[in-house]
Each structure stands twice: as structure tokens, then as C-alpha cells.
Design a binder for this molecule. Structure first.
Ligand code: GLC
Length: 522
């Protein structure tokens, strides 16, 4: 089979057959490196011989720029690249080949062969594609029965789909002749990769030195299933049942925490919070028991991708030192959203999934009080019907003050980040949160509740406003304080500047991951 065959619209559907590898892996990937945006700062590169680089494999269910439903994808895309840029790691990433992966990329993937993956009584086709971007090799696991569907999740057989994916991750290692030193699994969809490693594979010679790191991006989704399907779907039998069993069900996140050498989450504050029942969605005893191997590392963002100086989505570009373009962004945003063009009225924006843990019950409680002041409110996002209709109704009743955009829209989100003055993110819990950092990159001052990564990234009066208790009037008090400060042009320019120059690049956090990997390899 030709190793450079391009993926085409129609490809072999999942089928059963014998466990044979039908194509040899390419010695080196032949995929072309995609053009990369000009880097704002040159990456610090150390000279490490290719054979001395530490091999890291990210296992995840989504990654930018290929497919994204949330912050996880951005972290996978940007952290892998930041680690590769240090020159010390051979970083590879594996995700499923969903049919929704952007065609512009899909067309460039290189087919490197196929194998059959055995799981319980199933024996499933597994195609492997690769693509190299910014020094990171991405692998895509193809099986049309599991992944040729719209979107990424929400199917009745998600457990089976990600069990197949996780098993495939281990099976492709000999196929690629790539055995990582650290297999870094993200969220419940990749939990089984860590579990299979420690139950079925680590007894084989090539797998015995692979360490696993499990990162929790959101503890709310744990991969919980009935124990009835443990052997038939997950291929886990008697003696290993105790690893994944929790409260009379299967809990894949619990299993991954138990078996991994280390586990981490995406901010130091959240690492602390999940020891507490209020935040842990039932897993707090497990987190506490394993806290000796828990780390909290704050996410960074792709600061070249989010750059007000270069972003072509903006009505005008600007820098921290010259904000004249930001005034244009605001004026054009007001025009576009049919809000009165008032340069001195602060625009408060929210770009969020409209679900309760994002703090929307606080907002719905007091927003009408806030609207008595001279402010404009811009909402972007989709989610629960109750919040979608609340904001639609609010916009209908306050047409001169509220714009409700109940949609996903990447272009509009950047226009809102850059054209607003204040960004509201009052989450009840927030493992890290990227939007508050993105807002800062566009010189929009965040108001956040002090939880998780919001607490770790936004410091009161330094680069934003914060409130501690999950209380609607505490939030309103801080909104009013920010609106008042906004009127003092000199003071506002200072806080806005400090927000704009906050360093949310991966530089610091990539170093922390580096230290963690090295510690695991000792
Ligand atoms: C999840 C969390 C979010 C975090 C993101 C990336 O989406 O809810 O807080 O920023 O993962 O780690």
C-alpha cells in the first residue's frame, strides 16, 4: 500500500479481519510542515541530538487546529508545540480521525498504513494517518464506524468509541516503532490508554519503561458506565476491576488517577479545589488519597494566534502601547451589533458556553440592576435553553444596551474580545479558563470569580477585578467598581495596559511540564 496515499472522501469502513499489519510504518513521516505564523518572540532552542530527545506522546480527544469543541483542543495544540520548540522533546499527539476534521488539513494527511485492534470480542480496523505541524507529529486514528459522525461526543457508544481509540494508541506503538517515555493522557476519553498500559501492556518489554501522566481538564466528566459492560466493552476482567470501580460503577477517570505515575490539572488552585467535595463531583476521596502525585500547572495560550497587533479578524489592529485601534474595534462592534455608537459607555462582554457552572445564575439574578447604569452588554455563546432564552429576551427588552448572539462564531468572538472594555467570567468552578487570558491579550479587562485558573491568572487591580464568594451581589459590586474606574480615563488606561501585557505564553508552564516529565523519568 502506498505510504503517501492521500485520504479521500471514501475510505475503507470499519471491518473485521485478522490481526495483521498490512503496511509498514514510514521510517519518517512524509507529511509536509504547515506554514507557521511569525513568532512574536523567538523560542529558546537548545541543541539536543534527535536521539537524545525525550519522547512524549499526547493522547487526547481533540486538538487545534484540526478539531475543537473546547479549551482542551487549544491546550493540546499549543502545549505540544511549545514543548517541541524547546528542542528537548520529540512530541507526538494522537487523536481520532473524526469526519469533522477540517478538510483543509485532512486533504494533507499522509496515510501510513492500517492494522487491526483487538478489544474484548471485537477486532476492528484501524487506519493511521499523520501530519507534521510546527515540529509536532500528529497521528489520527481512523475507523469510520466509530468516528464518521458529526461532532466528537454525545453518542450512546462513546465508552466503546474511546475504548477502541485508547487501545489503538497502544497498538500503534510497535507499528510506528515509537515507544514514548511519557504517555500524557488528557481527560476521561484517554483514561483507558493509561489503564491498558498498566494492566495489559507494561509486561511486554518495549512498554515497560513508559510512564503515564494523566491530566484532568474538567473533573465533571469522568467516563462513568455500568459495571455490566466492564469485560464486554472495556476488556477489563476480574483482577483489575478494583482499579476502575467506584461507587458501584465504572469510573475511567478514577482508574487513570490510580494507575498513573503522576496526575495533574490545569491550574494550581484547581488542584487544591478538587480535594474538596464542592468541586470534585464525587471524586474528592480519590484525589485526596492520590494527592502525593498531583500537580497543578496553569495553562498558557497561543500568544501568536491571539495577538491584537496581527489578528486579521479585528476591525483594526493595536498594541498595548498604542490603543487607538481598539477604539475603532469598539465603534465598529457597536455598529455591527446595532448598539448605539457611544465611545464612553463601557461594553461588558461574555463569551461562554451558556451553562450554569459558568456563573450564569449570578448574571441572570443581577444583570437588570447592572443595566440601570450606563453600560452595554454583549453575549456570545450557546448552551442551556433557559439561558439562551433569558439573554434573547433581555436583548429584546433592552435593545439599546444588550446584544445577545446565541451562536458559535470564531470571527465574532475576536471582534468582541477586541471591541469590549470589560470581560465577565464569574464561573462557579473553572479548571483553568482561557477566555480571561485571551481577553487580556485584546486589552479587555476581566472580572472573574476567584476560582481555579481564574484565581491563578487574574490578580485584583493588577490585571483585572475579582470577587471571592459565589454571590450575585458581590459580583454586582465589582462590576460597578469596574464601571466607575472606567470613567477615570487615566486610571483605566493603566489597568488596561497591565492586562494587555500580562504574560500568558506557554514559556513558564512548558518549563513546569518539562520538570514534571523529568521527575517522572528519574
Ligand atoms: C476545560 C476546562 C477549562 C480549561 C480547558 C483547558 O475546558 O473547563 O477551564 O481551560 O479545559 O484545559
Amino acid at each position: 500500500m502506498a505510504e503517501t496515499t492521500k485520504i479521500t472522501a471514501k475510505k475503507t469502513a470499519a471491518k473485521t479481519g485478522t490481526a495483521k499489519i498490512t503496511a509498514k510504518p514510514a521510517a519518517k513521516t512524509t507529511a509536509k510542515t504547515a506554514a507557521k505564523p511569525a513568532a512574536a518572540k523567538p523560542a529558546k532552542k537548545v541543541e539536543v541530538k534527535p536521539e537524545d530527545k525525550k519522547k512524549i506522546l499526547f493522547v487526547a480527544s481533540e486538538a487545534t487546529p484540526f478539531i475543537q469543541t473546547g479549551g482542551l483542543a487549544e491546550v493540546i495544540g499549543s502545549l505540544s508545540c511549545a514543548l517541541a520548540k524547546t528542542g528537548k522533546f520529540d512530541v507526538r499527539v494522537v487523536i481520532p480521525l473524526y469526519s469533522d476534521i477540517k478538510k483543509e488539513y485532512r486533504d494533507k494527511f499522509t496515510y501510513i498504513g492500517n492494522l487491526y485492534v483487538h478489544l474484548a470480542w471485537r477486532n476492528q480496523y484501524c487506519g493511521v494517518f499523520s501530519y507534521e505541524k510546527d515540529g509536532v507529529i500528529f497521528y489520527f486514528i481512523d475507523n469510520e464506524f466509530y468516528f464518521k459522525r458529526p461532532g466528537c461526543y454525545g453518542y450512546f457508544d462513546d465508552g466503546e468509541r474511546f475504548a477502541f481509540f485508547s487501545r489503538a494508541v497502544l497498538e500503534i506503538m510497535p507499528f510506528l516503532n515509537f515507544y514514548p517515555e511519557v504517555m500524557h493522557c488528557h481527560d476521561w476519553q484517554a483514561a483507558l490508554a493509561a489503564i491498558y498500559l498498566k494492566t495489559n501492556y507494561c509486561f511486554r518489554q518495549e512498554y515497560q519503561f513508559i510512564r503515564s501522566l494523566f491530566t484532568i481538564h474538567n473533573i465533571e466528566y469522568q467516563g462513568q458506565y455500568s459495571l455490566d459492560i466492564l469485560s464486554s466493552l472495556f476488556d477489563i476482567y476480574g483482577k483489575y476491576q478494583y482499579l476502575v470501580e467506584y461507587n458501584n460503577s465504572i469510573n475511567l477517570m478514577k482508574g487513570a488517577i490510580e494507575v498513573s505515575e503522576r496526575f495533574s490539572t490545569v491550574s494550581p488552585k484547581y488542584a487544591d479545589e478538587i480535594k474538596d467535595a464542592y468541586y470534585a463531583h464525587g471524586l474528592d476521596p480519590i484525589i485526596r488519597n492520590n494527592s502525593f502525585k498531583l500537580r497543578g500547572i496553569l495553562n498558557g495560550i497561543d500568544d501568536t494566534g491571539y495577538n491584537s497587533e496581527l489578528d486579521s479578524h479585528l476591525f483594526a489592529n493595536f498594541t498595548a502601547d498604542d490603543m487607538s485601534g481598539k477604539a475603532v474595534c469598539k465603534k465598529e462592534l457597536q455598529k455591527m451589533l446595532n448598539l448605539p455608537e457611544k465611545p464612553d459607555t463601557p461594553i461588558i462582554s461574555m463569551i461562554s458556553r451558556l451553562v450554569s457552572h459558568k456563573g450564569l445564575d449570578l448574571v441572570t439574578n443581577v444583570i437588570e440592576e447592572a443595566l440601570q447604569d450606563d453600560i452595554q452588554l454583549v453575549i456570545l455563546g450557546t448552551g442551556d435553553y433557559q439561558y439562551e432564552s433569558f439573554f434573547r429576551d433581555l436583548a429584546r427588552r433592552y435593545p439599546d444596551k444588550v446584544s445577545a448572539n446565541i451562536q458559535f462564531n470564531g470571527d465574532l468572538s475576536r471582534k468582541i474580545y477586541s471591541g469590549s472594555d470589560i470581560f465577565l467570567m464569574p464561573s462557579k468552578s473553572e479548571p483553568c479558563g482561557l477566555s480571561q487570558m485571551i481577553a487580556c491579550r485584546y486589552a479587555t479587562v476581566p472580572i472573574v470569580r476567584e476560582t481555579g485558573g481564574l484565581y491563578d491568572s487574574i490578580k485584583p487591580l493588577e490585571n483585572g477585578y475579582t470577587f471571592a464568594n459565589y454571590n450575585a451581589h458581590d459580583m454586582l459590586y465589582v462590576i460597578r467598581k469596574a464601571v466607575e474606574d472606567y470613567k477615570n480615563k487615566k486610571e483605566w488606561a493603566k489597568i488596561r495596559y497591565r492586562a494587555a501585557i500580562s504574560d500568558f505564553s506557554w514559556n513558564k508552564s512548558a518549563k513546569e511540564y518539562e520538570a514534571l516529565y523529568l521527575e517522572m523519568l528519574k
